[in-house]
Design a protein around this ligand. Structure first.
Ligand SMILES: [Zn+2]
Length: 316
């Protein structure tokens, strides 16, 4: 078997949104430490991503939006150089610092580079340990800690640049990937499957486009409930769709120990979900999976869950 790729970049740790913010650089440090101490990191093909190009971002985002975020970043750098405030706020919980623009390009670039390497057959599959996350980023709007929709950019890129006809996006973050939905709803080349705590953030009208398999679940649902729903709703659609490549919006904030949400998943549930998706990929997609970090805010639970997820991807 070919190796599992691990894409990350030190600049992704320089983006931060202010003291005490849960989407913090330490998240990547916790994952890194866990992979080191368990030896899992040794088995991975570690790669530095290259930044996404503007043209690549525009596969999923509006030209004006991309330009305005770049303008805001340039303005902030000037302001900081002149002794001004260190952050510019985009919404009550989403802000940029002087490293955000570069980190966001690298996060989207990691998903693209992972796609290229998996499609080239260099890697069996890949995990991108990147931030900022992406699944709340809409075509023309940053929100919920997200600026560019890393997974949606890479999915559109795979369709445009690798000539694929069908790609799946699977989102197991506790929050609804409203940004991904905003970008892919109605695109029949993409099947998006997700479950998410509901009602919950984000308050966002759900699309009923036929390429979306939305499974809202009530607070305090446990892993076994979620597994049943996945078997019932995701699996038949994934089997029928026969994706040529599977993207995972891998958020780990549905973990029982994560206070950001109220779901009850544990490491073994992430193992189970990853096994199901890997099996679909092996049946239809030559094993090709590109998994990209989204949420997960309890550092210990995040690190253990990512380790469990990667162990399945890498057959460890
Ligand atoms: Zn989340």
């Amino acid at each position: 078997m070919k190796p599992t790729g691990y894409f990350t970049h030190r600049t992704c740790r320089q983006h931060e949104m202010g003291a005490g913010h849960p989407e913090c650089p330490e998240r990547l440090g916790a994952i890194e430490d866990r992979l080191l101490i368990t030896g899992v990191g040794d088995a991975l093909d570690r790669r530095d991503p290259t930044p996404a190009s503007i043209a690549e971002l525009e596969l999923a985002h509006g030209r004006m939006y991309v330009a305005s975020l770049r303008g805001l970043s340039d303005q902030l750098k000037d302001d900081v150089a002149a002794g001004g405030p260190s952050h510019a706020q985009l919404d009550p919980d989403t802000a940029i610092n002087v490293h955000t623009w570069e980190a966001a390009l690298l996060a989207a670039g990691a998903a693209i580079d992972a796609t290229d390497a998996v499609m080239a057959g260099e890697l069996e599959n890949a995990f991108c340990a990147v931030r900022p996350p992406g699944h709340h980023a809409c075509r023309d709007k940053a929100m919920g800690f997200c600026f560019f929709n890393n997974v949606a950019v890479a999915a559109k890129y795979a369709l445009a640049m690798h000539g694929l006809q069908r790609v799946a996006i699977v989102d197991f973050d506790v929050h609804h990937g409203n940004g991904t939905e905003d970008i892919v709803a109605g695109d029949e080349r993409i099947l998006m499957c997700s479950f998410y705590q509901h009602p919950f953030y984000p308050e966002w009208p759900h699309s009923d486009a036929p390429n979306l398999v939305n499974v809202p679940v009530p607070a305090y649902s446990k892993g076994m409930d979620i597994r049943e729903l996945i078997d019932l709703y995701w699996m038949p659609r994934l089997e029928a769709f026969k994706p040529e490549l599977i993207f995972i919006s891998a958020g780990f904030d549905a973990h029982r120990e994560d206070d950001m949400g109220q779901l009850g998943l544990v490491e073994q549930d992430y193992v189970w979900i990853t096994r199901q998706l890997k099996a679909v990929a092996q049946r239809h997609a030559q094993g090709r999976v590109v998994s990209v970090l989204e949420g997960g805010y309890n550092l210990s639970a995040l690190a253990r869950s990512v380790e469990a997820h990667i162990r399945v991807l890498a057959d460890l």
